[in-house]
Design a protein around this ligand. Structure first.
Ligand code: NAD
Length: 479
């Protein structure tokens, strides 16, 4: 028996046997060892989970009950964070600092923000003679990827529960183990049976069964744009609401008056965070022609400071990629970019260590905007540095992508930066390395998605709006 063997799904408040016998092996990408298994769920498992979620859904669930569910879930999650951090280190190879920071502390901040938001949010308002009521949307199907496994679960389940919805969760088959720990927290928190259900399995079987199930009212999906398209098309048959958080190819625009040193250093750090497996990563660094060589030098220095190695060694800053498939994909992107004329500044396609799915931090120069590397999401520690002549060209390059998820602007003049920010077709932008805000709406323009997560905007996605027109007699009584 491996360290993390899980043999059951969680349905209707109980750990239950799966309907089939197939299992999925979970591999530690730093060691290439199998560290556990989870059930490969089936359509029948999804059906049982949706039935439990439907039975548990009460459109009239009280605000007091919703607050209580969220508060108890937050309280049960917090003490589990160190264990979950370790699991994420094992299932995707995130280094210690990443495990403890963005992989667990950030989701905890998001979870707490929903507890606080429920205290502040008004779910009813009067518009003219109408009482406008925001009600729970219904049964939610939540499908999540592997790169931030706890974050993505929290960013869906917490607002859904806060809104009064019930959930069927399908985590990524690559990193499902932390999802089990989250569900254990929910069980301990005493969420009523059926409010949260977990079915593990592969996308084409379990994911599609969730997206297509007539008992699911809303499907919230995070993952690649190609899979998002498939999920949306399956969901269309049953006219369910679809929220999509998809890929990105975000631009880090360094203007000519910026503090180049800081902008490049922070930019490299952002691009390589979580081994570059971050949908919002600033993977295209845009630098004025006059400062291009200086920026390349700084980027090379910053990249070469990244120690690649065992995620559990405190000296390690860059872990492996999450899977062998991912490593092969990233190698292919680097090889094709170099063959196509991009200049390798540091790093390269060779595996950075003998064992494990490592890729060295890689910086490429002279990348053209039309090239594959500038257009497609690589999802590895690979930064493309591009030059531009003037602000208009910077803007044109920044917007020259099918994606629109995130980005950054650096300038000594914040008015100039904000004016530019208004013209960039993207859901988020950070100016001069401004701090992360767990309540700021997060989501994509263009093919980066539909809808928003986090904060009040994230809560809204899980609410239906009802208008009740009031007769004059009621209005006059109120006056
Ligand atoms: P993926 O699209 O392969 O898988 C995501 C989830 O969808 C997994 O749970 C998977 O099992 C499931 N799935 C796969 N095929 C399916 C199908 N046919 N029907 C239903 N579900 C299916 O993505 P991934 O490789 O796990 O994650 C990486 C991708 O996720 C990247 O493109 C990244 O940009 C994106 N991502 C986006 C955000 C965001 O918030 N915008 C956040 C993180 C990751």
């Amino acid at each position: 028996m491996d360290q993390h063997d899980r043999t059951q799904h969680y349905i209707g408040g109980q750990w239950v046997q799966p309907s089939g016998r197939d299992r999925i092996a979970v591999v530690n990408p730093a060691t290439e060892q199998v560290i556990g298994h989870v059930p490969a769920g089936t359509v029948d498992d999804v059906d049982r989970a949706v039935t439990a979620a439907r039975n548990a859904f009460d459109p009239g669930v009280s605000m007091a009950e919703r607050r209580d569910r969220v508060a108890r879930l937050v309280a049960a999650l917090e003490p589990r964070l160190p264990d979950i951090a370790t699991t994420i280190g094992q299932e995707i190879g995130a280094p210690l600092k990443v495990q403890r920071g963005v992989q667990t502390a950030v989701p905890m901040a998001i979870a707490s923000s929903y507890r606080d938001l429920l205290e502040e949010t008004n779910f009813e308002e009067q518009v003219g003679n109408s009482l406008v009521i925001r009600e729970p949307y219904g049964v939610v199907g939540a499908i999540t990827p592997w790169n931030y496994p706890l974050y993505q679960v929290v960013a869906k389940v917490l607002p859904a529960v806060a809104a009064g919805c019930t959930v069927v969760l399908k985590p990524s088959e690559v990193a499902p183990l932390s999802g089990y720990q989250f569900v254990e927290a929910a069980h301990e928190a005493g969420l009523p049976p059926g409010v949260l259900n977990l079915v593990t399995g592969y996308g084409p079987e379990v994911g599609e069964a969730v997206a297509g199930h007539p008992g699911v009212d809303l499907v919230s999906f995070t993952g690649s744009t190609a899979t998002g398209r498939r999920v949306a098309s399956i969901a269309a048959d049953t006219i369910k609401k679809v929220c999509l958080e998809l890929g990105g190819k975000s631009a880090n625009i360094i203007l000519d008056d910026a503090d180049l040193d800081t902008a490049v250093k922070v930019g490299v750090g952002n691009a390589f965070l979580n081994s570059g497996q971050t949908c919002a990563a600033w993977t295209r660094m845009l630098v004025p022609e006059s400062r291009y060589n200086e920026a390349l030098l700084l980027a090379r220095q910053a990249a070469q400071r990244y120690t690649v190695g065992d995620p559990f060694d405190p000296a390690t800053r860059l872990g492996p990629l999450a899977s062998q498939t991912q490593q092969a994909r990233v190698r292919g992107y680097i090889e094709r970019a170099v063959a196509g004329g991009a200049r390798l500044v540091t790093g390269g396609p060779e595996p950075a260590r003998e064992r494990g799915y490592f890729i060295a931090p890689t910086v490429l120069a002279d990348v053209h905007s039309a090239s594959e590397l500038a257009q497609q999401e690589v999802f590895g520690p690979v930064l493309a540095v591009m030059s531009y002549r003037d602000d208009d060209e910077a803007l044109r390059i920044a917007n020259d992508t099918m994606y629109g998820l995130s980005g950054a602007i650096w300038s000594a003049d914040h008015r100039r930066a904000i004016a530019l920010a208004r013209q960039i077709q993207t859901g988020q932008l950070d100016i001069n390395g401004a701090p992360y805000n767990p309540r700021a709406p997060f989501g994509g323009y263009k093919k980066s998605g539909i809808g928003r997560e986090l904060g009040p905007a994230g809560l809204d996605e899980y609410l239906q709006t009802k208008s009740v027109q009031l007769p004059d007699s009621v209005i006059s009584q109120q006056e």
